[in-house]
Design a protein around this ligand. Structure first.
Ligand SMILES: Nc1nc2c(c(CN[C@H]3C=C[C@H](O)[C@@H]3O)cn2[C@@H]2O[C@H](COP(=O)(O)O)[C@@H](O)[C@H]2O)c(=O)[nH]1
Length: 306
């Protein structure tokens, strides 16, 4: 994840549409006294969990589809998590590798109990097929085998997932340089760690290497907190719900500056309060603030990455 840290810092140092406000960042760290409010993973009570390999399969499929809910204003991440959970509870083989390869758009909708086409439905179906095929080809059909082969390293897990599953290769080009974000691959490691409470399939010795997950909620929270400042042109287009083009400077700066700002907060907590905090814990705290405040304006980019 060194690539994520290094390249997002590079973007932040050259950004012209988004600025990380260090003094606001310091105020927040002081306000919380260097302690990140603890938020339980699955605070919403929406995820499938049986403490075994089927949970790993569930989380992998969930994160393969964990992007772009906003085009349907009634759809959210919760529907996906709950829909896949109900599907597994009805039929334990619903997420088997061969089944994943055969779902059509309407069947996926039916599985999730969603009454109309999903946003980016064709891409969702394509990614499901990709996951099913590669799981079958390289991991005996089981996502648990990806985890077993990563030697309890979250960094290796993210690298393995990105190497085998092209849909997880979340990166952009910015001013001629490749920028890495790996949102869904990293969140898969974090979900395992959270669901299994750092044990079994969730035991990783290097969770401190994971960064936050650059989605569309965290930037909106950081902006509201004053940590991210947008140019007036960007502020106006976000506030008027304009779409921001994927791969545009604006989009890359929003995501990269979010990662960088939280890394800065973490460094500050460590130097000022001598406390070790994980970006994953900061992410869960910030994200839960965001989803509980539905009036927050977020940027709208059609993307399969987040
Ligand atoms: N940074 C970050 N982004 C996250 C999550 C999660 C869910 N994580 C689960 C893990 C433990 C918890 O208990 C959560 O249930 C989803 N997202 C992103 O949010 C957006 C969905 O928004 P809306 O359309 O309003 O539902 C979309 O980009 C989605 O990819 C997270 O944790 N961190």
């Amino acid at each position: 994840m060194e690539d994520v840290r290094r390249t997002t810092a590079w973007v932040a140092s050259r950004a012209s549409h988004v600025k990380v406000d260090s003094s606001e960042l310091e105020k927040i760290v002081d306000n919380i006294n260097g302690s990140i409010p603890k938020v339980e993973w699955d605070f919403e009570g929406i995820h499938y969990f049986d403490n075994g390999p089927l949970t790993v399969q569930y989380l992998f499929v969930l994160d393969a589809l964990n992007f772009c809910f906003w085009p349907d204003k009634d759809l959210s991440y919760d529907h996906l998590a709950l829909g896949l959970k109900a599907a597994l509870q009805n039929d334990k083989s619903a997420l088997d590798a061969d089944r994943l390869q055969s779902y059509s758009g309407p069947q996926l909708r039916e599985l999730l109990n969603w009454p109309r086409p999903l946003p980016l439905e064709e891409e969702r179906v394509r990614l499901l097929h990709e996951v099913g095929l590669e799981l079958e080809r390289s991991f005996k059909g089981e996502a648990a085998n990806i985890v077993k082969s990563c030697g309890n390293s979250a960094v290796t897990l993210v690298a393995l997932v990105a190497r085998h599953f092209p849909g997880f290769r979340d990166h952009s080009l910015y001013k001629g340089h490749q920028v890495f974000l790996y949102k869904r691959a990293q969140i898969f490691a974090a979900d395992l760690w959270g669901a299994f409470k750092g044990q079994g399939y969730g035991r990783f010795y290097d969770m401190s290497s994971i960064t936050i997950f650059a989605d569309y909620i965290i930037p909106a929270v950081l902006r509201k907190l004053g940590v991210l400042k947008y140019s007036s042109a960007l502020s106006n287009s976000i506030d008027s719900n304009d779409e921001i083009a994927p791969g545009s400077e604006e989009e890359v700066e929003i995501r990269a500056c979010s990662v960088h700002a939280v890394e800065k907060m973490r460094e500050l907590i460590e130097s000022k309060f001598r406390k070790q905090v994980l970006s994953v814990e900061m992410d869960l705290w910030l994200w839960s603030c965001g989803v509980q405040n539905r009036s927050l304006q977020h940027h709208r980019t059609l993307s399969i990455y987040y």
